[in-house]
Design a binder for this molecule. Structure first.
Ligand SMILES: *Cc1c(COP(=O)(O)O)cnc(C)c1O
Length: 367
């Protein structure tokens, strides 16, 4: 199959990673497939997650939930980040579960003119300092929720929160947030609400804190095969390979400047290849003169600046011809964790930055 630059996504790896995660918990798995499934392609990835044993799917926005429903995905979908003024009635009628992350949001959801009660998950801020209702307002929040449920406008199916420091298992914030979450569950209980799904854990808590799984876990990065704690191996397999085909190979004499600004100059006669992926495709410009790619399975450095559409690599003594496949990252010797280190970020940002111009190709049983 011909391509210029593509993200090859192994859906079997996605399903296998979900199964690995399921084997580590009794809780139900709700994979986070927000941001186009961390760049892997929303719908095929969602289906692969369900094949692997997920009970439903977590997304940030209503638009993402809509895309799943429009594609015919009927599994439970929870959307947890919603601005005022959206068409909540349509979302409820499409059986999208909604997070109520503030008191105002709870009342807006309850007022939506849907044909059924809105299924909601009450979000507490237990110390993340981001979304969710702060502890001082829990009593009023859960009272309103109980009242709206009694009135038939909502059905409270979840109570949840999110951890700030789960990727540092020994961080004291984890125990503090866990304790606060138990207090929130007590508050929920005190007004007679009995949500089916209590959930707190992301990938890191799923993999390192079995006492924090409750009824459901929300892994993201681990589903895609990356460790939430780089350097710790949990038996997961990266699902995405970003590759491009060499457009041109040539020999440059010693003393040649390479790419914008001539930030690299050849010291000796050098065989270089032009590879058609650049910062518009998600290859961070900050990795100029630093990153390495795989050419015939061997590491080849990027020479000079990363451009918008292309990079120049040093072929060394690796025989290279136009059309040769260069792997930027994948399950092999160079991973998104390497790029994260070169760019000073986390694998999440590398995966979600793969550009729209890079074609996605899905392989595996679920494809
Ligand atoms: C993104 C996200 C997750 C998944 O986090 P990972 O660290 O990728 O496992 C879970 N819950 C919420 C609310 C999120 O926004």
């Amino acid at each position: 199959m011909s391509f210029q630059a593509e993200a090859l996504v192994d859906l079997d790896a996605i399903s296998a990673n979900v199964a690995v995660l399921a084997s580590r918990t009794d809780a139900a798995i709700l994979p986070a497939v927000k941001a186009d499934a961390y760049g892997h392609g929303l719908v095929p990835t969602a289906r692969a997650c369900l094949e692997g044993g997920a009970v439903g799917l977590g997304v940030a926005t209503l638009w993402e939930a809509w895309r799943l429903r429009a594609a015919g995905v009927t599994a439970p979908v929870l959307a947890w980040l919603i601005s005022p003024g959206l068409d909540l009635a349509a979302a409820v009628d499409a059986e999208v579960e909604l997070s109520a992350s503030s008191h105002e949001q709870l009342t807006e959801i309850a007022a939506a003119r849907a044909t059924r009660p809105a299924r909601i998950h009450l979000e507490a801020d237990t110390g993340m300092g981001r979304g969710g209702v702060p502890e001082a307002d829990w009593a009023r929040f859960v009272e309103t929720a109980a009242k709206e449920q009694a009135a038939g406008r909502v059905e409270v199916v979840g109570a949840w929160s999110h951890l700030a420091c789960a990727d540092e298992p020994g961080h004291p914030a984890n125990a503090a947030q866990h304790a606060a979450f138990l207090r929130f569950l007590d508050a929920v209980d005190a007004v007679g609400l009995t949500p089916r799904w209590r959930h707190l854990a992301n990938s890191a808590a799923l993999l390192t804190a079995p006492d924090r799984h409750f009824d459901m876990v929300r892994p993201g990065i681990a589903v895609y095969g990356y460790s939430p704690i780089p350097g710790r191996d949990f038996g997961l397999r990266p699902a995405m390979s970003v590759r491009a085909r060499v457009t041109q190979v040539k020999r440059l004499p010693a003393g040649s400047g390479v790419s914008y600004g001539h930030t690299f100059t050849t010291r000796r006669p050098t065989t270089v290849a032009v590879v058609p992926a650049g910062y518009a495709d998600g290859i961070p410009r900050s990795t100029s003169n630093r990153a390495e790619v795989l050419l015939s399975g061997r590491r080849a450095p990027i020479l000079g600046r990363v451009c918008m559409d292309q990079v120049v690599i040093d072929c060394g003594d690796i025989p290279t011809r136009p059309g040769e496949i260069v792997e930027f990252f994948g399950p092999g010797a160079v991973t998104a964790d390497d790029w994260a280190e070169w760019h000073g970020t986390i694998s999440y940002e590398i995966l979600t930055s793969v550009g729209a111009r890079v074609s996605r190709r899905h392989v595996g049983a679920a494809a």
